[in-house]
Design a protein around this ligand. Structure first.
Ligand SMILES: [Zn+2]
Length: 97
């Protein structure tokens, strides 16, 4: 029962993963999308919370899709989005192509 549901972590305001993300994530609308290089020679970004890498080509322990802000400056992996969406009142949007 509930086996496939991602585990929810208990978060409080002093969580060590919180380093001021509320400045750009408060009430943010994030879009689930494939990672695309923002410009030549800038080939990756990191999750704002856990630091996991996002790149275009899928590799072990690296993601090629996640939640990103409209300007694509900030990326969040799925698990951490689920952990923090309530605290930051973030909205996750899935775009179906
Ligand atoms: Zn993450």
């Amino acid at each position: 029962m509930g086996k496939d549901k991602p585990q929810k972590h208990i978060i409080n305001k002093t969580d060590w993963r919180l380093t001021g993300q509320e400045k750009y994530l408060q009430n943010a609308i994030l879009t689930w999308q494939k990672y695309k290089m923002p410009r030549p020679r800038w080939d990756h970004d990191h999750c704002e919370f856990c630091g996991i890498k996002f790149i275009e080509q899928l590799d072990n322990e690296i993601l090629n899709e996640g939640y990103s802000t409209k300007d694509k400056h900030h990326w969040i992996c799925k698990n951490y989005f689920l952990d923090f969406q309530e605290m930051f009142h973030m909205c996750g949007v899935q775009i179906i192509i």
